[in-house]
Each structure stands twice: as structure tokens, then as C-alpha cells.
Design a protein around this ligand. Structure first.
Ligand code: ADP
Ligand code: MG
Length: 356
């Protein structure tokens, strides 16, 4: 029976990220890795395209099409559109034969019961027969290769698009977890603000992200492949186009406030930890995952600010999906690690919210 149910049900691990969605299937690995974007026909509500096809339209969309990134702040911002996005991605992953599936979905540690319910409902609506939610910090840690049974504490910092999740994990559970909005999107926003104030031009979010990736660094002395990049912005005074050279030093200055917020938040989590945990982290250091781990000099920066060893997995962008996939393969560990079904929100006690 177990074999049969395994045959008819797809098991998929989903990292529904603010910027990228990844789907992992057992024995196949990552089968989908696309931007969390969906283009919708404004008047009919029909999905025009999803993923990279939809992102291509962002900032240049025809008047009757709207491009949404529905998971803005780390959790679901627009429920209906998230449903459409997830359904579209699962259809892509399943091919032309949509089947009922068992989904394991990563959610940020800071997600409220209402937000977690929204993720569960969106997954069920996308034909999921069973949905297990996992703390992303936990999933990222196992994806980076940490041992589930290890009773020693480890510190995991996942710098994503919408949120940076900082989690202390031990014995397959969360000891403490904190999320903050200082992450990839905030870095892009900081670059946009800098360019607007210093050069009096407006640039789009994709141009800001390109500047961050091409020229950004988390500490001085990091060699960047080029020292400046030409961008074309829209002049604030008359709306016309103006090409401007932006230097790596400028991007570094723009990113600095966001980077110091991340460092300060990690330091606070370490300072608030119990002595045993602090001692463990002194030896085990920090595991750094998420797209922000790819910023030049990010691990050196954290290493310097925290005086702790910082390690990054080979592919920090896939850590959450890989970790959720690893847990999915072991039902006993999965049931220990997954967030239990929430009681109705009005019955939630402080304790329950704090301890899930
Ligand atoms: P999420 O889980 O929220 O979808 P990801 O972990 O996929 O986020 O990371 C996406 C973020 O990582 C984006 O803000 C993107 O700009 C950033 N990013 C990706 N590559 C790099 C890079 N080489 N340097 C700096 N930031 C990067
Ligand atoms: Mg993520």
C-alpha cells in the first residue's frame, strides 16, 4: 500500500521564496528554479506567464498586463496571486499530468499563524493532498549539510530577497529564530535611493539589482571585476534619459546601512543566546545561505563583525529546497521538524505562537 501511494503521489519540496521559487523532487533534485513572478491579464485575471517569462515583462509590461511578485515581505502578500503562482509552478513541475501531491513548504520563522495558514491554503488549492510546513532556517541548515541529530547548537543566517532569517538550531529543532527585512530587496532599494539622491535620476529595481550584483561588495578591498558600470536613468527634473557611470565604491556606500543592520541582528541573536548555545556557536560558527551569501565579501564581513567562523554551502541559493527535500525523504524526521497544524487563530496563545 505504501509503495502504491508513493507511486501515485508526487512528493515535492518547495522553497516559495520572495525572489525565487525552487521545487525539489526525490531522485531528481531541483526540477524548477524560477523567479517568484506572475504576469496577469488585468481585466480577465488570466495568467499570461509565470517565472522567468513573467519577470522579463517587469518594468516594461503592456498596459493590460500586471506583473506581480506576490511574496513581497517574506510571506504571502497577495493570496489569490500566490495561489496562481504556485498552481502554475506545480503544473510545470508535474508536466501535463497534474496529480495530488505531498508538499513540504519552507516558511520564514517569523510567519504568523495567519500567514502560515495562507501558505497551507495556497498549497491545498494547488492540488496538494498533504502539506507540511518547515521553518526555512531549519531547512537551510539541513540543505547546507548539517546533521539532524546533532545536539550542538548551530547558527544559520539565510539572506534572501525579502527577509534575512537568523536561526539557532539544535537536535533538529529551532532554539530561537528572528527575521528582518534587511535583505536582498532592501539592498536594491538602498542602491536606488543612493542613485536618486546623488545623481538625481530614477532607476528601476532590476537595474538596481544588476548594480548590486556587478559592483556590490560587503567589505572594502574586495576586488570587483569592473570598477564602474554605465546605467541609463530617468532624470528627476525633466524625465529624460541620462547615462551615468556608477562606481563600485558608490554601491558599497549605498549597501552599508543594510549590511550593518544584518550584522547587528546576528550579533544580537548570539548575545541573547544561553551560555551553552554561545559556547557551541563559538566552535561551530555560522552557516550562511540564501542569495545574499553570494554578495562579494559577505562571509568575510560577518566573520569580521562577529569574530565567528562563517561557512557557505556550494550553492547557497538551493539550500532551503535541498534541506526540505532531505527531510521529506525521512518521514519520522519530517514529522518532528514540521510546524504543527495551527489551531484557529483566535485560540492561539502567546506560548503557542512563540514555540512553534
Ligand atoms: P528568496 O529566498 O527570498 O527568494 P534568494 O535566497 O533566492 O531569496 O535570494 C535572492 C536574492 O539574492 C535577491 O535579492 C538577489 O538580488 C540576491 N543575489 C543573487 N545573486 C547575488 C549576487 N551574486 N550578489 C548579491 N546578491 C545576489
Ligand atoms: Mg529563501
Amino acid at each position: 500500500m505504501k509503495i502504491l501511494s508513493g507511486f501515485f503521489t508526487d512528493e515535492l519540496a518547495v522553497d516559495l521564496g520572495t525572489v525565487n521559487t525552487l521545487i525539489y523532487a526525490p531522485n531528481q533534485g531541483i526540477i524548477l528554479n524560477e523567479p517568484s513572478a506572475v504576469a496577469i491579464q488585468k481585466y480577465t485575471g488570466e495568467v499570461v506567464s509565470i517565472g522567468s517569462q513573467a519577470l522579463k515583462l517587469l518594468g516594461r509590461e503592456p498596459h493590460d498586463i500586471e506583473v506581480h511578485r506576490p511574496i513581497r515581505g517574506g510571506t504571502i502578500d497577495n493570496f489569490e496571486i500566490t495561489q496562481k503562482l504556485l498552481r502554475g509552478f506545480l503544473q510545470k513541475a508535474h508536466g501535463s499530468h497534474p496529480r495530488r501531491s505531498h508538499l513540504v513548504v519552507g516558511v520564514p520563522g517569523s510567519a504568523t499563524p495567519v500567514e502560515r495558514k495562507a501558505v497551507r491554503d495556497a498549497a491545498r488549492d494547488a492540488r496538494a493532498g498533504r502539506v507540511d510546513l518547515l521553518d526555512e532556517g531549519l531547512a537551510a541548515a539541513f540543505g547546507a549539510g548539517l546533521d539532524f541529530e546533532d545536539e550542538h547548537a548551530h547558527l544559520v543566517v539565510d539572506i534572501g530577497g525579502g527577509t534575512t532569517n537568523i536561526a539557532i538550531i539544535a537536535s533538529g529543532g529551532i532554539v530561537n529564530s528572528v527575521s528582518l527585512q534587511a535583505a536582498g530587496n532592501a539592498m536594491d532599494e538602498a542602491v536606488r535611493d543612493y542613485v536618486r539622491v546623488k545623481h538625481s535620476i530614477q532607476i528601476g529595481e532590476r537595474t538596481a539589482e544588476r548594480l548590486k550584483i556587478e559592483l556590490g561588495a560587503a567589505c572594502d578591498g574586495e576586488g570587483v571585476p569592473c570598477e564602474k558600470t554605465e546605467i541609463v536613468g530617468k532624470q528627476l527634473i525633466n524625465g529624460s534619459a541620462l547615462p551615468v557611470d556608477i562606481g563600485a565604491d558608490e554601491v558599497r556606500v549605498a549597501l552599508e546601512p543594510v549590511l550593518s543592520q544584518i550584522s547587528a541582528a546576528v550579533r544580537r541573536v548570539v548575545e541573547d543566546a544561553k551560555p551553552e548555545v554561545t559556547a557551541d556557536i563559538y566552535y561551530s560558527g555560522v552557516v550562511l545561505t540564501g542569495g545574499g551569501a553570494l554578495l562579494r565579501g559577505m562571509s568575510e564581513r560577518l566573520q569580521h563583525d562577529l569574530s565567528l567562523h562563517v561557512a557557505t554551502p556550494d550553492d547557497p541559493l538551493t539550500a532551503v529546497a535541498m534541506g526540505a527535500g532531505r527531510l521529506m525523504a525521512d518521514p519520522e524526521k519530517l514529522s518532528r521538524a514540521s510546524i504543527r497544524q495551527d489551531s484557529p487563530v483566535w485560540e492561539d496563545t502567546e506560548k503557542l505562537v512563540a514555540n512553534w
